[in-house]
Design a protein around this ligand. Structure first.
Ligand code: ZN
Ligand code: ZN
Length: 411
């Protein structure tokens, strides 16, 4: 039988729990989703534990699992993916972090983890640090990503280098001293380097003219950097070789773009695809259909459902589910009808929790010859679907089978 093409659409943090603020419905149940409803009627449904029951996934570990890579083997921190997503090159021993500009007092007590959040000066401050931040014996590079955030890479740190965060993750606490996470000499050396970077960055930023101006204007100084998610890139098997598929990713979210790059999935930049609630749905769908002309496997990521969950805003999440539905509709319009189209999530971000949870997420698979479950695409309908319950690691295999792309094991 002919091999089919595969579209995997992941709506970040889509899953939820019944909320009293939505008359005990989930956002998926409360939203008006005509396109998902139409797709769902002829699809198989199921539930996915992205990593395992009782494990609350991060977006990074979950996406590795959804691409079929065990995060317990391959995950070494989010930093490398952020750096790749910011279009930085990454060598095997480069140690990469996610970073924030923050406001601290003279004792390195964190007053604001986001330096007032509004930080239009961030790209200039990053350039300044790139020029001036000199730590003996190492090369350090930064690249601005979004708002007050950046990626920071220490070149040739060593493959064994593993160190802790300096970000205390809360205000009112001091910047944490960086410590080695293992006994390797690289880790000990890098912990010291990171502590020097923290001190030196504070000195440089404290007296920067842009910060003097911010202070005069009554705004918080961006006078410190907080680092987290430090790690080196492990050797990851590429998706194209592993599954004999040509592959593309359509996403505006740095960490997801970075993961896809690390897995050798082509990751074009698409104008208007921003990775937030303002993303251009039509541009995104067009990019998907274009990619599908050339590729066997197209991965699409929709971020805004997760952000609404973190904001504990049920109405916003309903609106974002409806935006996801528009994206699904636009993609459906461009399909030929013989593809495998899967819609799922990387984890739940329940609006009453405001954080990721370990709940399983709904999965829909549409293809010409699936067992159709009928009904809507919701968490509760998915619990009774033909697919049953999967772990994230199994999803690629299930999709490949539906696409007639799995080779026989044995004679
Ligand atoms: Zn996520
Ligand atoms: Zn999240």
């Amino acid at each position: 039988m002919a091999k089919r093409k595969i579209i995997m659409l992941v709506s970040d943090g889509l899953g939820d729990r019944p909320s009293a603020r939505l008359e005990h419905k989930t956002p998926l149940q409360a939203a008006s989703t005509p396109n998902l409803d139409e797709l769902s009627v002829s699809s198989s449904l199921g539930l996915v534990y992205p990593i395992a029951p009782g494990v609350t996934p991060g977006s990074d570990t979950s996406h590795l699992a959804l691409f079929g890579l065990d995060p317990y083997i391959y995950y070494r921190g989010r930093g490398p993916f952020e750096a790749l997503g910011a279009d930085m090159d990454l060598g095997p021993g480069d140690l990469a972090f996610r970073g924030n500009f923050a406001t601290v007092d003279d004792n390195f007590m964190v007053l604001d983890r986001r330096a007032g959040r509004e930080l239009p000066e961030a790209p200039d401050l990053v350039s300044y640090l790139n020029e001036r931040l000199k730590i003996q014996g190492v090369r350090v590079a930064l690249r601005h990503t979004t708002e007050h955030r950046f990626a920071l890479v220490i070149r040739e740190a060593g493959r064994e280098a593993e160190v802790t965060d300096t970000d205390p993750h809360v205000t009112g606490e001091r910047i944490l001293p960086c410590k080695p996470k293992n006994a390797s000499p690289e880790s000990a050396r890098m912990a010291a380097v990171v502590n020097s970077i923290t001190a030196e960055a504070h000195t440089l930023l404290e007296s920067h003219p842009l910060n003097e101006k911010r202070k005069k204007d009554g705004r918080q100084k961006a006078n410190a950097i907080l680092l987290r998610g430090g790690g080196t890139l492990s050797e990851l098997p590429g998706v194209p070789v592993r599954y004999s598929l040509s592959a593309a990713c359509i996403s505006g979210t740095a960490v997801i773009r970075g993961i896809c790059k690390a897995l050798q999935i082509e990751t074009p930049r698409v104008a208007g695809v921003t990775g937030d609630s303002k993303t251009d749905i039509k541009a995104k769908a067009r990019a998907v259909i274009r990619a599908l002309d050339e590729k066997d496997f197209v991965f699409v990521h929709f971020k805004a459902t997760d952000a609404a969950g973190h904001d504990k805003n049920p109405e916003l999440k309903v609106t974002m589910v409806e935006k996801l539905d528009q994206l699904v509709g636009e993609i459906m319009n461009g399909l030929k009808g013989n593809e495998v189209f899967a819609v799922t999530a990387d984890h739940s971000t329940p609006v009453d929790l405001g954080e990721h949870s370990a709940d399983p997420v709904p999965l829909l698979i549409s293809a010409p010859d699936v067992f159709a479950d009928g009904g809507r695409f919701t968490e509760s309908a998915a619990a009774f679907g033909h697919i049953g319950r999967l772990r994230g690691l199994d999803l690629m295999g299930v999709l490949l089978n539906q696409a007639n792309r799995v080779e026989k094991f044995g004679e």
